[in-house]
Write a protein that binds this ligand. Structure first.
Ligand code: PEP
Length: 252
């Protein structure tokens, strides 16, 4: 995959819509000059309408950080892909470790992934182990999250799927505490192997695999060049337009 994808996960930030608009405008302006990268900003739901008014472009899309598996209904607090599509959101991050930590199971993630795809929304399904032991148990964890999360997702649906590998222990840390790039490459090969078992080699190779976990301008290039990922999912560093743009510039 030559074109890279960089996704900003703002989580529950910033606190004010004016700040959200400022960051978004900064990113929007900056990405016009960068070629070869598709950028997606996933703000909190409440900021989506205002950011949608600022516009999306060929290089900058909008997404959200979760969606439910039904279109409407008695589901207090939930938001559906159909609703966010009305505000130009085309991507939905599903199964993020911060949601899994609140009790979201891979079965629930699977329902959300399938529904998002049916609604034409690209599902960014997050997988990641909470810790790494010498015995390599983390490979089993990733296999299970992939197999359960993708149950019922058909080969024809894969154009609406992105896998984000985020080792939980590497999230929200300093650059030096992120996963090292050769270990990332090993995991990328493993994810491709599992996807190949599920869908066959050629379809599996078309599914973008992103890395997330303490990505900064100083380590971004290695993840792509050595880790061989198709892009990055960026949390903390996506809340400063300049830092986020520096990450993008590092990988083109
Ligand atoms: C994330 O939680 O999706 C993430 C990648 O966070 P950070 O970049 O802050 O580690």
């Amino acid at each position: 995959m030559s074109k890279k994808i960089v996704i900003a996960n703002w989580k529950m930030n910033p606190s004010k819509v004016a700040e959200a608009k400022k960051i978004y405008n900064g990113i929007k302006k900056g990405v016009t000059k960068i070629r070869g990268v598709d950028t997606v900003v996933c703000p909190p739901f409440v900021f989506l309408p205002e950011l949608a008014k600022l516009g999306v472009t060929k290089k900058l899309a909008l997404g959200v950080q979760d969606t439910f598996y039904e279109e409407t209904g008695a589901q207090t607090g939930q938001v559906s892909p159909a609703m966010v599509k009305g505000y130009k959101a085309k991507y939905t991050i599903l199964g993020h470790s911060e949601r899994r930590a609140l009790g979201e199971s891979s079965d629930l993630v699977n329902k959300k992934v399938r529904h998002a795809i049916v609604e034409g929304c690209t599902a960014v399904m997050c997988v990641g182990e909470t810790e790494r032991s010498d015995e390599g148990d983390y490979f089993r964890v990733i296999r299970e999250e992939l197999e359960v999360g993708l149950a019922g997702v058909k080969r024809a649906d894969l154009s609406k799927l992105i896998i984000a590998y985020e080792p939980v222990w590497a999230i929200g840390k300093r650059a030096e505490e992120a996963l090292d790039a050769p270990a990332l490459y090993e995991m990328v090969l493993f994810i491709q192997k599992v996807l190949t078992e599920l869908y066959g080699r050629a379809p599996a190779q078309k599914v973008p695999i992103l890395y997330g976990g303490s990505v900064k301008p100083s380590n971004a290039k290695e993840f792509v060049e050595v880790g061989k990922v198709d892009g990055l999912l960026v949390g903390g560093a996506s809340l400063k337009a300049n830092e986020f743009l520096d990450i993008i510039k590092e990988i083109v």
